[in-house]
Design a protein around this ligand. Sequence first.
Ligand code: CU
Length: 342
Amino acid sequence: MQNKKHFIIITVLILLVSVLTYYALLSIGLMPVSASIQSKPIDWLFDLEFKLIAFFFSLIMVPLVYSLVVFRRKDGDETDGPHIEGHTNLELIWTAVPLIIVIALGVIGADNLKQVLAVDPQAHQVKVVGFQWGWRFEYPEGFTTNTLYLPVDQQVLLNLESTDVLHSFWVPEFRIKQDLVPGQITEYRITPSLIGNYKVRCAEICGTSHSYMEAPVIVLSQADYAVWRDDQIKLAKEQELASAGKPDAGRGQVLYQESGCKACHSVDGSKGVGPTWDGLFESNVPLADGTTVAADEAFVRESILMPSAKVVKGYSPNAMPNFSYLKDGQVNDIIEYIKTLK
Ligand SMILES: [Cu+2]
């Protein structure tokens, strides 16, 4: 029978195109490498959806294109097509099947979310502060970094805070994304599963330098992490002790690099997000309100602790996050370093 032949051809084509579409979706690299336990159920669900997408794409496109080609109106044929009433069974099927699929996906999704949010009471915690435009990581052991270091195979609870506007914490390799809301602490649980270097980026447009709001994320073996952490604890203690004494430009330079000033302030005269520090000390700095101020120690200290108190001309207020978490001695070290640049 003629009809049966068409059915068989279309069925075979649908299966073929489904498989091809699925592998095409897999091959274009939609997903970065998976680097967390939580990404497993998420990737599994994505895979299921790729399969469904491939199948339904073929189910619709193959009969459409097949009909366009095979059932074209012949030259000189002016007749109308046959009149077709509804087909109750077909309608029941195309209502019931998608309904079942959608309900199943809902159930699977809920179970998936449960797995992703699973709490490990042993999880260690890190406070993550997002600001326009950067990240700071405050460890409970008493040190602060601009790179997020995490041990592999151990759950971490990141407590997310914003000092200004909405931001969003996103490491694509971990898959999960969570907003930072001013005035609230939001939680982000992750169990890194692959040693390597990644990057957190802000995924919520948050102003002119939103696209630069990135920080390295480094996943270490548990042993390496313990060594790194102990180093940081020692370093923080040393810094605190040292800074209590005489200010030191060398330590100031290290702070310049490690507490993130470097991202916005150059020391070679080039303009960045913030003004250069080349020639800053004891110069006359024009301010946004039209006055000028002598860049003495008091001005530099105030600019670090309350950046918006005096805004440099040509820059917007709030463009610099406050660094009031720096210890007095550390601020003195930075001032000492800035003095060497005049
Ligand atoms: Cu942001």
